[in-house]
Design a protein around this ligand. Structure first.
Ligand code: ADP
Ligand code: NI
Length: 216
C-alpha cells in the first residue's frame, strides 16, 4: 500500500467535504473506505485501487459537485497531481463511475475493485446509519418524511431517478434501499446487506404502526 498517497487522499477528501451535512460528508467516506478495504482483503482485490476509489468516490458526486460529475474532474486532478499513472487513474475513475446507484440503469462493476467500492457505498445506505442518512438527506432537501398519498416510483431509469425531487423519505426506502440487498456483489457484502435490510424492515413496520390512523 502506498501509505503517503492514501494519507494525502484523506486530507484532500476532508477539505472537499468541509461543511457538508446532507449525508455526504467525510464520515460517510471514512466508513465506505473502511468497509471497502475489508471486502478488498477478503476478495483479493488491488488494495491501492480500492483505497483511492473509495476515498474519492463522492468528491465529484452529482449532487455535491454537478459541474465536475461527468468527467470526475476533482478525482482525476488529484490523482494526476499525486503522480499516479494514467492506467491506474483510469481504473479508479471507472470504479467510481460504476459504483453509482442509478435506478434500474445501475451497473454491475466490471472489476472486483469496483465491486468492493459499490458494495461498501451501498452498505452505508442501509441499517441504522442508512436510516439516519435518509432522513438527514430528506431534511436537507426539504422533503416530507412521509405522505400516504404519494406513492413510491418503482423501477426508475437513471433519468427518472435523477429527476425524482418531490418524493418522500419513506418512499426512498422502497425506491432504492430495500432493493440494494439483491444487487450486492461480494459474499460478505451480501451478508451484511441482509442483516441491515432486516433491521430497516423492522424500522419501517414500526414507523407504519406509529403513523397509521388506527387507534393504539
Ligand atoms: P450514495 O452516496 O450512498 O451513493 P446518494 O448520493 O444517492 O448515495 O445519497 C446519499 C444518501 O442520501 C444515501 O444514504 C441515500 O440513501 C440518501 N438519499 C438519496 N436520495 C434520497 C431521497 N430521495 N430521500 C431520502 N434519502 C435519500
Ligand atoms: Ni457514497
Amino acid at each position: 500500500m502506498n501509505a503517503k498517497l492514501i494519507e494525502n487522499a484523506k486530507i484532500f477528501v476532508k477539505s472537499v467535504f468541509e461543511g457538508e451535512s446532507s449525508g455526504h460528508d467525510f464520515q460517510h467516506t471514512e466508513r465506505v473506505y473502511k468497509t471497502a478495504m475489508k471486502l478488498a482483503a477478503e476478495e483479493g482485490a488491488d488494495l491501492d485501487i480500492v483505497a483511492l476509489a473509495s476515498l474519492l468516490h463522492d468528491v465529484d458526486d452529482r449532487k455535491v459537485s454537478p459541474e465536475t460529475y461527468d468527467g470526475k474532474l476533482k478525482a482525476n486532478a488529484f490523482l494526476k497531481e499525486q503522480g499516479v499513472d494514467d492506467k491506474d487513474i483510469e481504473k479508479i475513475v471507472i470504479a467510481i463511475k460504476e459504483a453509482e446507484f442509478l435506478g434500474k440503469d445501475s451497473v454491475k462493476p466490471s472489476t472486483i475493485e469496483g465491486m468492493c467500492v459499490q458494495d461498501a457505498d451501498r452498505i452505508d445506505a442501509l441499517g441504522a446509519i442508512g436510516i439516519a442518512r435518509a432522513f438527514a438527506y430528506g431534511g436537507a432537501h426539504s422533503r416530507k418524511m412521509y405522505d400516504r398519498n404519494v406513492k413510491p416510483k418503482l423501477n426508475m431509469t437513471a433519468e427518472q431517478y435523477k429527476a425524482n425531487t418531490d418524493g418522500t423519505t419513506i418512499n426512498h426506502f422502497y425506491e432504492k434501499l430495500l432493493g440494494l440487498e439483491s444487487l450486492m456483489n461480494t459474499k460478505s457484502g451480501k451478508k451484511e446487506a441482509r442483516r441491515r435490510t432486516e433491521y430497516m424492515k423492522e424500522f419501517l413496520n414500526e414507523f407504519e404502526l406509529e403513523t397509521d390512523e388506527a387507534d393504539y
